[in-house]
Each structure stands twice: as C-alpha cells, then as structure tokens.
Ligand binder design. Structure first.
Ligand SMILES: [Zn+2]
Length: 572
C-alpha cells in the first residue's frame, strides 16, 4: 500500500517574473473551456483572452510541472494566436512562448489539451495529470491553464465551461457553475480542480458550512458512509483550529483501479478543495481516511502556516495530526493508532536514508524514494517528542496543540513564512527546558537519528526494542523477471538457502509479496538438474526497532483520554 502526499503550494511551478506596473491591478484573464468528443475520449478546447497592454509583446506560460509530474506542456496541442495581428513564437524553453500583438488590443490564444498517455499508467503521481475519457474529465488548474507573464500576483478570472449533454460538473472556485468569476492570487487560481462527467454530488454540512462531496464509480463503501466519514474528518480539523470560515469546500474522490500490490491512495490539497484518488476496492479503510485527514490538514499547515522547504514540519507534523485527529474523531481505535505509529518506526529503522542531512532530504523530496519519506518520519518523531516535553513541563495543561495554534496566530499576524526558530520558539514557550531548535539541528540538518519518546503514546503504551526483519527478496527481482533468468542472488539470503541460483531459467511465479517480510515468494525454475518449485520468506536479518506495546494495567478508556478522545470508535 502506497500513499503519495503532495503539497500543492510548493509545487505550482510558477516561474520567477520581474515586477511590472501591472502588479498593482488584478490581471484580467478569461477562459472558455469546452469538452468535445475526440477519438474514443474527450479533448479540452481552451480559448484564453487577456488585455495585451501597451508593450505589444508578452510571454505566455504553458502548463509545466506539478507534484513531480513533468513536461505537462506536451499535453498542449494546436496552440495558436486567435486575435487580429497576434502571433506566437517559440523560446528556448518548451513551456514558454512569446506573444506579439497590436499594442492596447485584447489578445486571444487557443489550444487543446489531449488525453495524457502517462495519466493511465497507474503510477500514483500520474493521477495528478489531466484525465479525459468518454465518461469523465478531471484536471488541476496548473496542468490545464496557460497564462501571460504580466499577471502574476492577483488575478480576476472569468471561466466559461461547455460540457457534453448530461455531464455533471464541480470545481474548486465556482461551486459547480459553468459561468464563473474568481478574484485571488494566481497561485490560488492555478491550485484549482475541475471534474466533469458521471460524478455524483452530495452536499454535506460541517458546523453549518456546506461541503460538496463528488464521487464516481462503484465503491466498496456506500456514498452515505463516505459522506459521513468525510464530514467527521472536516469537522474534527475545523474544530482543532477553531476555524469555520469556509463558505464553500469541495472533497472530490476519484476512484482508481486496485494495483498489483494492494492499491494506492493519493491526494492533494488545493484552493478550498481536497482532491483524493482512492482504491475503490478498499474505500473506507485507514489509508483512505488518513489521506483525507492529511491533505485537509494542509489547509492550515502549508496554506495558513507557510514554510519554505521545512518538509519535516509541513509533512511530518501533518502526518502526526492526521493520525491524532482521526483518533479524536472516533474514526480509529488506539490500537490502529499505535499500529500505524509502529509501522512508521519500522520504516524509519529500516530506512537507508535515515542519517542523510536535511539539505539532501529536501532536494530529494520529490524523488519518490526513501529520501522523500524521511521528513515524514522525522516530523512525526519530533512532534511526538515536543508534545511529551510540553505536557511534562505544564503538568498536562498544555500540549503541542497549543504551540500549533500559536504558530497559526503568528503566521496570520506576520503574513510571512514560518521558520524553524519560530516553530522552536512556539514549543519553548510551553517547555523552557526543551531544546527544539537543537533537535532540529541535530536530527534534520545534521542527519542524526531520533529515538521515540517512551511516553509518546501516553500511559497505556510501553516502548520496547524488538528485532524486526526487513523485507529482502534476496535476488534482483526486476532484472530477473524482465529476463526470465535469475540474477543477483545474495549468498547469505533466504532465497539462496531455498536453492535459488544465478542463471536459473524462471518458468513461473506463483507468490510474490513485495515489501512484506512475512509473506512468501514462490518461483518455478529450471536448470541443469531439471525444473522445480522454490519458495521462501523474503526476510533479511532482524534490525533492533522500537515498537509500542500495550501496558496491561491501563484501561482503553484511560488510553483514549490521554489522546483527548474519551469516546470509542463509532461503527465504521
Ligand atoms: Zn502532505
């Protein structure tokens, strides 16, 4: 099971542009977007118009990259100037064009977005690319809209949508209206989602505020169950922040097909929107709830509390609170909470990246590797540590929650990115003996490792160090399955012990549990001695790993009370 979390704010890919006089007035942009049948699916035809200004020349930015997805301009076809006297020319960057036009005239350009061949690859990140089929369309503004260079602060945008007959439409900015007007920053405009087709729309309420839930496809869970869980997660997070100022909000859930390794959930937080991609065969399990809680939490920790590259805070603290707020909302049990903390502790203990310094981890954040998981692990451990320190210093009167709310107030007052010293200061205000900035320097910047706090899960859980075997296939699985010939067998592995040898021909594979050290691998191979079945458990040598176990003397009610959740999980 994989989960990809993307932080939209960091990823919009807006280029640095010089200031111009046009900065002072909102840039006026107008888009007419039409979904038209093309081949076996759909195509999005776009006409952009904007006041050209007196220079008679500007640059036009095409969709470029989003959340690790690159070369999005390759989806843009038939780009052309459509107003009298206007012309387009290439630059040395494929995502930037030059537009010339008669000074003072409105400029119109047209282009088409075609189905993205990578979008159907099944890779979690590819979900963020535009999808156009005979049944549905979904796309994120950054991946759809070209825009001129001169308007890069506030924009006043009008959008007109033309849809196939009978298609439902919903979006981030216009509450599902096909004629829309939006004024805000260019970043907010581009961080928008648009969905159309066979979606089912429901209006939920959280503390009286409407939320649109958009769904399509047949899910294992009912629409009612998905709606109820979504509303409870939204309520829990708005209550945590005491923030209910959301005149409209969209939770859109796009179903994905189960993948070979058990499916994947991915999500992204956008303007007034959480866009989720969920495995419909599993629907409402921990992973789905967790991705929704995580992405929603970015509304505050990423949007309201902005940082610059502090992924351990924006992602790791968001992970910490996603899990905690699901527990407080009664959606998961303390056992599920502890099980997931233990999973992260195992992942951290086994991570080859755990001692890498912070600048390396920040650079590799979108590489989709162990390095990209490191800030999530470090942040969760730091959050749990500082929570314990604050509770100890204040006799349980305050917790990390108070420091988080203080940070939001600071961010709002200063209207500037929050720094590591700001975060450390918010913690130290409650725990003067703690050294949060020292922790950050040692662990995040310096690549030191961090052990979990023994009391991080309250009195109901004790910390033990146990040997945990990591997953180890014992051979080069990718090369072997590509060539159908065994290669890369490790001499001391269980695969070797079971009889696997380099050079054996692979006739078949009947069991394969990637990532699961307790699973099994079964291959049918042939060599000079004939063909036979070989089977083994893909476990490496055990690694000492801290894990939380139940302390017998403490009741579950007391366990939950420590987390601020006096009620047991309701029926799922
Ligand atoms: Zn995230």
């Amino acid at each position: 099971m994989k989960a990809v979390f993307a932080c939209a704010l960091l990823l919009l890919g807006i280029g640095c542009q010089p200031s111009t006089a046009a900065d002072t007035a909102p840039g006026r942009l107008s888009y007419a977007a039409s979904l038209v049948p093309a081949g076996n699916g759909m195509r999005l035809d776009v006409e952009l118009s904007f006041p050209g200004g007196d220079a008679g020349r500007t640059r036009l930015y095409l969709p470029s990259h989003f959340s690790g997805q690159r070369a999005l301009y390759e989806n843009v076809h038939n780009l052309r100037a459509a107003s009298p006297g206007a012309a387009l020319a290439d630059t040395d960057q494929p995502d930037v064009k030059t537009v010339t036009f008669p000074p003072g005239q409105d400029v119109r350009v047209r282009y088409e977005i075609a189905p993205d061949p990578q979008g159907a690859s099944g890779q979690p990140g590819a979900y963020f690319r535009p999808a156009l089929s005979a049944q549905e369309f979904h796309g994120i503004g950054t991946t759809l809209w070209a825009y001129p260079a001169q308007y890069h602060k506030t924009v006043s945008v009008s959008l007109h949508w033309t849809l196939p007959l009978g298609w439902t439409f919903c979006d981030s900015l216009g509450a599902g209206q096909t004629d829309q007007a939006f004024t805000g920053t260019l970043e907010q405009f581009l961080a928008s989602a648009y969905l159309a087709g066979d979606y089912r729309l429901r209006t939920l309420r959280a503390a009286g505020q409407p939320i649109t839930l958009a769904l399509r496809g047949k899910w294992k869970s009912s629409d009612d169950a998905l709606a109820s869980v979504s509303a409870r997660i939204v309520e829990a997070e708005r209550e945590f922040w005491d923030d209910r100022d959301f005149p409209s909000f969209l939770v859109a859930v796009v179903p994905t097909e189960p993948a070979g390794d058990g499916g994947s959930d991915a999500g992204v937080e956008l303007t007034h929107t959480v866009l989720l991609f969920g495995d419909k065969s599993r629907a409402l399990d921990f992973s789905f709830q967790y991705v929704l809680a995580h992405e929603l939490f970015h509304t505050w920790n990423a949007d309201a509390i902005r940082t610059e590259g502090l992924y351990w805070f924006s992602e790791g603290f968001t992970d910490y609170y996603a899990r905690l707020l699901l527990l407080r909302a009664g959606l998961i049990s303390t056992d599920e909470y502890a099980r997931d903390v233990n999973r992260v502790l195992r992942e951290y203990a086994q991570s080859p990246a755990r001692s890498r310094p912070g600048d390396e981890a920040a650079r590799g954040f979108y590489a989709g590797s162990d390095l990209s998981r490191l800030p999530y692990q470090q942040g969760m451990l730091l959050a749990a540590r500082w929570n314990v320190q604050i509770r100890a210093a204040t006799g349980g009167k305050s917790s990390l929650d108070d420091a988080m709310r203080d940070l939001r107030r600071t961010a709002r007052a200063n209207d500037a990115p929050v720094t590591a010293p700001d975060i450390a200061g918010a913690v130290s205000r409650y725990a003067s003996q703690a050294d949060p900035l020292g922790d950050v320097r040692r662990v995040v910047t310096g690549g030191g490792t961090l052990s979990p706090e023994p009391g991080a899960l309250g009195p109901g859980w004790a910390l033990r160090t146990v040997g945990v075997a990591p997953f180890e296939a014992g051979f080069d699985a990718r090369a072997t399955l590509d060539a159908r010939v065994v290669s890369g067998v490790k001499p001391k592995s269980r695969a070797f012990g079971a009889g696997l040898r380099d050079g054996q021909e692979v006739l078949g594979c009947t069991a394969w549990t990637p990532g699961d050290a307790n699973g099994r691998i079964a291959l049918t191979v042939r060599d000079a001695e004939g063909s036979r079945d070989i089977e083994w458990t893909p476990a490496g040598d055990p690694i000492p790993t801290p894990q939380f176990v139940r302390a017998k003397a403490v009741s579950d009610a007391d366990c939950r009370a420590w987390f601020g959740n006096p009620t047991p999980p309701a029926a799922r």
